[in-house]
Ligand binder design. Structure first.
Ligand SMILES: Cc1cc2nc3c(=O)[nH]c(=O)nc-3n(C[C@H](O)[C@H](O)[C@H](O)COP(=O)(O)O)c2cc1C
Length: 437
């Protein structure tokens, strides 16, 4: 089985030696044992959320902290989340009759190194065993997933490239890094650690097939649109919007986690393609519509992308030049295709459940109700994206689910939680359709 693509498409094409194809299939982590090795990077804090999510899903998590990692997260907080003693030193283990580093390295189903620092990767590539983390990694006979995080210059440095290539050849699997803003200094580039939900999906993918509650959408096909569209003005300029794709990607991740065969059509984002999701990358609204139509038939379509309403009528074939005395160019806009309405108005190929998103700044619910009528879709998920809500690009959302039956106001929650709740509702909706068949 191929494991864990994880790299932003453009970046991976350009610079990464460990690109893998996005994994097929889904899985769950219930009853699995994860040994999480946390390295000394600023992204270590994200591991607290990862542990919480793993435990919530029934996984047992043991944690080894490198000495440097203890500068970023405390054994106390990690231990409180894992409900296990946190291990920091090779020599601590000799006091513990029950467990030695060999046993520790072998009793897990999967070892996850996150953040995999440049230093830790170098020591792993060199076969070092000078602390508990590296000793366990050298002694293990279990699969190892490394989730790198570092400054973009460290990631592209020839030494790190060599170490990553060496480790990939040794069978270490990689997830990420993502492209985006670094926590320190606002630098932007390839080096951001994959998000907890991406790591969770990769772990679930690595550890087995969908079952039980996670298979509620098994046998169903779900198409999700995500991100913004870019509408060209000329070959270097475009009209865009502030959508990050976080909500759409979270919905696709949640659909795959529930066993659905999931296709995501995404505009340009800085996010990793979700594990277990067939991702189609597009730029414009017209390309997005074409890709959605090609992905049909489906049981459910969720249009979460922020599709540009307009495009430039005649995008220039070469860069529009600025020159003294020349008037400022005027942009003639024309209407883009309406993807939600087009899908909702299909005849034979109309998916049984068509769901749109309404990003509104005023009269959120009233506008969403109107959109439900005019677009002919089944549900609208309305969110307030006005300045100050932090929804566009942020990690949290507060939405209203508008259906023919009425309006549900959901409390403010993470976009992942919105996605999970929405997919649970969708699985119930689909079960009714199944009953009606
Ligand atoms: C504030 C701060 C942030 C750091 N962030 C990272 C990081 O994100 N990635 C990385 O490779 N190293 C980072 N480092 C450097 C590592 O902490 C250092 O290389 C350390 O030796 C790593 O040890 P470990 O690999 O045993 O955990 C950071 C250092 C500091 C002081």
């Amino acid at each position: 089985m191929t494991v864990v693509a994880g790299l932003a498409r453009r970046a991976s094409r350009a610079r990464n030696a460990t690109t893998r194809s996005a994994p097929k299939g889904n899985g769950n982590v219930n009853g699995k044992r994860i040994l999480l090795i946390i390295g000394g990077g600023i992204a270590a804090y994200k591991c607290l959320e990862l542990i919480r999510r793993l435990r919530e899903r029934g996984a047992a998590v043991r944690v080894v902290l490198t000495r440097a990692a203890t500068e970023f997260v405390t054994p106390l907080s990690v231990g409180a989340l894992t409900n296990e003693r946190v291990l920091t030193s090779l020599f601590d283990l000799s006091d513990e009759q029950e467990i030695g580093h060999i046993r520790l390295s072998r009793e897990a189903d999967l070892l996850v190194v996150a953040p995999a620092t440049a230093d830790l990767l170098a020591r792993m590539a060199g076969g070092h065993a000078d602390d508990l983390a590296t000793t366990v990694l050298l002694a293990t006979d279990k699969p190892v997933l490394a989730v790198p995080a570092m400054n973009p210059h460290m990631w592209t440095h020839a030494a790190t490239r060599r170490n990553v290539a060496r480790l990939a050849a040794d069978g270490i699997e990689f997830l990420g890094p993502n492209e985006g803003e670094m926590a320190e200094g606002g630098e932007v580039g390839l080096g951001r650690m994959a998000e907890p939900h991406e790591i969770l999906a990769a772990i679930a993918e690595r550890l087995g097939g969908a079952s039980g509650a996670s298979a509620a959408l098994a046998g169903r096909r779900v198409v999700v649109t995500s991100g913004p569209t870019h509408e060209p003005i000329d070959p270097v300029r475009y009209i865009a919007n502030r959508s990050s794709g976080k909500q759409g990607h979270a919905i696709a991740t949640a659909a795959a986690a529930m066993g659905a065969e999931t296709v995501m059509v995404s505009g340009p984002t800085n996010l990793t393609d979700p594990a277990g999701v067939a991702t189609v990358h597009v730029e414009t609204a017209r390309e997005m519509l074409e890709a959605v139509e090609a992905a049909l038939p489906a049981d459910v379509v969720v249009c979460a992308a922020a599709v540009a309403d307009w495009r430039v009528a005649d995008a220039a074939g070469s860069k529009i030049k600025k020159s003294k005395g020349k008037p400022v160019p005027k942009l003639d806009l024309v209407q883009n295709p309406d993807i939600l309405r087009t899908v909702a108005e299909l005849d034979a190929k109309r998916p049984p459940l068509v769901i749109g998103f309404a990003a509104e700044t005023d009269n959120v619910v009233a506008n969403a109700k109107k959109k439900l009528r005019t677009k002919g879709c089944d549900w609208i998920v309305a969110n307030d994206v006005s300045a100050g809500t932090g929804v566009m690009g942020g990690d949290r959302n507060s939405v209203h689910l508008v259906t023919a039956k009425g309006v549900e106001d959901w409390p403010r929650m993470s976009k992942d939680e919105v996605a999970r709740r929405l997919m649970e509702r969708i699985s119930k909706g689909v079960a009714k359709l199944r009953g009606a068949k």
